[in-house]
Design a binder for this molecule. Structure first.
Ligand SMILES: C[S@@+](CC[C@H](N)C(=O)[O-])C[C@H]1O[C@@H](n2cnc3c(N)ncnc32)[C@H](O)[C@@H]1O
Length: 419
C-alpha cells in the first residue's frame, strides 16, 4: 500500500483509526451552484423515476397556464432562497428536468435569466440547460444562446432505434445529430450527451455503435448511466412481472468497460463515475460541485439543496408546490421557515460532522480525483488495507481514490471502508 502523507495515529500508539482526525473543510472551496428544476415532459419514459409530470395530454391553454404558474412559483422560490445566501457569487447553474426546453421560448428565457436577476454571478459562470432531442428547436436554442447558456445536456440515451423503443423514447437516432447541429449553429459552445447502457435488448454491438456515434458527433462531454430499475415505474413493474428481463450486472460491467475503453481511447477523461469530458477544462463544473460536497441551492419541485451545513429537498408534487408558493404570496410571505425555505413542502436536515464526513466519502469517491486524506472520515487501517488489497480503492497518489472496480461496486467499497 502506498504511503499516506496524513498523520497516522496508529504509529503514535493510539487506536488504529487511519488517516484523519482533522476537522473537515467546508465545501465552499468547490464553488456555489444553483439547480433549477422544470418537471414537465410531453410523456414520462417508462424507466423514469425523476420528479416529472407528463403534460402532453393537456389542452394547449391548460398546459400554457400550468407552465406559467410554475415559472412564477420558481421565481418566488429562488427569490426567497437568494435572500439567505449573502454575497456569494454563483459559479454554476444547472436547469434540469423534466424537459426545460418544453417551455415556450418566453418562459425558457425567464427561467434561464432567473439566477442572474437574483444573485451575484461569477464572470465565468457555467450555465447548463437540459434538453431532449425532440423538443430542442431553433427558437429554443436561440433563446439559450442569447441568455449566455454555454452548455446543453441532451438526453440521447442511445443511437439504436430498438433500444430507444424499449426506453420509450420518442426520437429517432438521427434526430440527436440534428439537435446537436442546431445547438452549435445557435452558438452554444458546449454539448453534452446523456446515454443509458444495459437496457434489456441492447447487445454489445449496439452499445459500441452508440459510443461510435457519440464520438462521430464530436461532443465535449458524455454522461453515461447504467439503466436503473425503479419499482414505481412501468419498467420496474414489467421487470417485477417478468415481462422484461432485469438488467444483468455482468452485462452492465461489460458496457461500463467498453465505455471506458472507447471514450478514453479517443482522449476523453473519465473524471466521475458517470461522466467523461474531452478535456479537463470541459468537465461539468456543476457536476464536480455536487461530488465535492459543495454548496448549491435547489429550486423547484423535487429539487435538493445543500448549503450552510443543511441539506433540504422539496416535494415531488407539482400541485403541492404550486399551492404552497401561491399561498405564500397570498399570506405575504409568512409560510416560510427561518432559512427561507417554503414550509410544508420542504424538508431539511442538518448534517452533523459524522454524517457530513460519510456523505463526503460517498460523493468524493465518485470523482477520479478522489479525496484528500483530511477530507475523509476516520477509516480503520485494516479496512483501508483490505479495500486496497481487493482493488476497490487506491491511495497511491496520497489521495483516496476508487479504482474502476471500486466505481462499479461503490456501495460495497464505502461499506468496506466504514465497517
Ligand atoms: C432528468 S433526466 C433527463 C431528462 C431529459 N428530458 C431527457 O430525458 O432527455 C437526466 C438523465 O438521467 C438519466 N436517467 C434517467 N432515468 C434513468 C434510469 N432509470 N436509469 C439510468 N439513467 C437514467 C438519463 O440519461 C437522462 O437523460
Amino acid at each position: 500500500m502506498g504511503r499516506l502523507t496524513a498523520p497516522d495515529t496508529a504509529d503514535a500508539g493510539t487506536p488504529a483509526r487511519g488517516w484523519l482526525d482533522a476537522p473537515l473543510e467546508s465545501g465552499s472551496a468547490a464553488g456555489f451552484g444553483v439547480y433549477l428544476h422544470v418537471p414537465f415532459c410531453h410523456h414520462r419514459c417508462g424507466y423514469c423515476d425523476f420528479a416529472t409530470e407528463a403534460v402532453g395530454g393537456l389542452a394547449d391553454d391548460d398546459r400554457d397556464a400550468l407552465l406559467r404558474r410554475y415559472v412564477a412559483a420558481l421565481e418566488r422560490d429562488l427569490a426567497t432562497q437568494a435572500a439567505t445566501v449573502g454575497e456569494r457569487a454563483v459559479t454554476s447553474v444547472f436547469v434540469g428536468g423534466g424537459t426545460p426546453t418544453l417551455l415556450p421560448p418566453d418562459l425558457l428565457a425567464r427561467v434561464v435569466g432567473l439566477v442572474g436577476r437574483e444573485l451575484d454571478v461569477a464572470a465565468d459562470v457555467e450555465l447548463t440547460v437540459e434538453c431532449n432531442p425532440e423538443t430542442a428547436d431553433v427558437d429554443r436554442f436561440a433563446v439559450l444562446a442569447d441568455a449566455g447558456v454555454d452548455r446543453v445536456s441532451m438526453g440521447a440515451q442511445s443511437f439504436d432505434a430498438g433500444v430507444l423503443a424499449v426506453l420509450e423514447r420518442r426520437h429517432r437516432p438521427r434526430r440527436t445529430a440534428e439537435a446537436v447541429a442546431l445547438a452549435r449553429a445557435a452558438g452554444i459552445p458546449r454539448v453534452s450527451l446523456d446515454l443509458i447502457y444495459g437496457t434489456p435488448g441492447e447487445d454489445a454491438a449496439a452499445w459500441r455503435d452508440s459510443l461510435a456515434a457519440v464520438l462521430a458527433l464530436g461532443v465535449d462531454h458524455v454522461s453515461a448511466y447504467a439503466l436503473g430499475v425503479h419499482a414505481n415505474t412501468p419498467l420496474g413493474r414489467a421487470v417485477a412481472a417478468g415481462t422484461v428481463p432485469a438488467p444483468d450486472d455482468d452485462v452492465q460491467r461489460e458496457r461500463f468497460d467498453d465505455l471506458r475503453q472507447l471514450l478514453r481511447g479517443a482522449g476523453f477523461v473519465h473524471y466521475e463515475l458517470a461522466n467523461l469530458a474531452r478535456t479537463d477544462a470541459l468537465r461539468s463544473r456543476h457536476n464536480v460541485l455536487y461530488w465535492r460536497h459543495g454548496d448549491y441551492l435547489g429550486v423547484g419541485v423535487g429539487a435538493h439543496g445543500h448549503h450552510d451545513g443543511r441539506r433540504w429537498w422539496t416535494t415531488r408534487s407539482t400541485a403541492r408546490y404550486l399551492a404552497a408558493l401561491e399561498q405564500d404570496v397570498a399570506d405575504g410571505g409568512v409560510a416560510r421557515d427561518a432559512s427561507g425555505r417554503v414550509r410544508d413542502v420542504t424538508e431539511e436536515e442538518r448534517l452533523d460532522d459524522e454524517a457530513r464526513a460519510l456523505e463526503r466519502l460517498l460523493l468524493g469517491l465518485r470523482l477520479a480525483e478522489g479525496l484528500h486524506p483530511r477530507d475523509v472520515p476516520p477509516i480503520a487501517r485494516e479496512a483501508l488495507e483490505s479495500a486496497v488489497a481487493d482493488g476497490l480503492v487506491t491511495t497511491a497518489c496520497g489521495r483516496l481514490q476508487a479504482t474502476a472496480d471500486g466505481w462499479f461496486l461503490l456501495d460495497e467499497a464505502v461499506r468496506r471502508l466504514t465497517a
